[in-house]
Design a protein around this ligand. Sequence first.
Ligand SMILES: Nc1ncnc2c1ncn2[C@@H]1O[C@H](COP(=O)(O)OP(=O)(O)O)[C@@H](O)[C@H]1O
Ligand SMILES: [Mg+2]
Length: 263
Amino acid sequence: MADYPEVLGLQTRSLREPVVEAEGIAMAFGTNTLFRDVTFQVERGEVFVILGGSGCGKSTLLKLLIGLYQPTAGQSRILGQNLQASTGRKRQALLAKLGVMWQSGALFGSMTLLENIMLPLEEHTTLPPQAREEVARVKLGLVGLSDAADRLPGEISGGMAKRAGIARAMALDPPVLFLDEPSAGLDPITSAGLDQLIKDLARDLGTTFVVVTHELQSILAIGDRCIMLDKEAKGMIAEGDPRELRDHATHPTVRAFFRREAI
Ligand SMILES: Nc1ncnc2c1ncn2[C@@H]1O[C@H](COP(=O)(O)OP(=O)(O)O)[C@@H](O)[C@H]1O
Ligand SMILES: [Mg+2]
């Protein structure tokens, strides 16, 4: 059950307290080491981008951060708490504070958008049905889908489905949202709209975003800071403001990525 006073307490934590922390994280599947020494901090209200080529471990890092995988070394914390070390109710309470949207969006096809967004409220709160509906309508409004509340996922566009996925991830007012390639498969205009939505939510609600993407335009549009992972280097090859990396990076792979050059 969501504990509302506690949620409010977390929202008003010190502004400088990191929301997500990774400390020397390494991950291997068997003998295949994906990365090591991944260290960074994400501050409240930041849009933090994880970028890198296909297969470098971006989705895996996201899964580590939300506690789906155990790192082979290092640790991560969300809102100051070590998710990997938490168990039982403490772990459940912490997980309820994360919003996650996977690449596929994964809405239930037989339920309307409104019902999809009410679902987490039904599972994690004691709100009565009418209040659940009100909250869900507010979330749909935030992502510009008020008029589509009664539509089924099969009846809306890809961009609307991504927005609905974000609305559902936000159902429980999580202080931090994790998005895995939110603009994958979207046309450039829809993708720009989604970028704007992420920026607005971060600015207006103080929501912290950790976004995996390799779309350069998105990274430059939304990223306050980023890290770049690299398959060959098996770790981070860049960290910082994406615009500064574009203008000043000296690492050949980082330069090539930000300037769209072949190496
Ligand atoms: N569950 C898993 N078991 C074994 N290997 C995996 C697993 N998940 C990912 N991998 C390996 O890790 C690599 C990176 O995967 P992923 O994190 O999905 O990369 P990215 O999201 O950057 O494209 C994959 O190429 C695959 O070899
Ligand atoms: Mg991926």
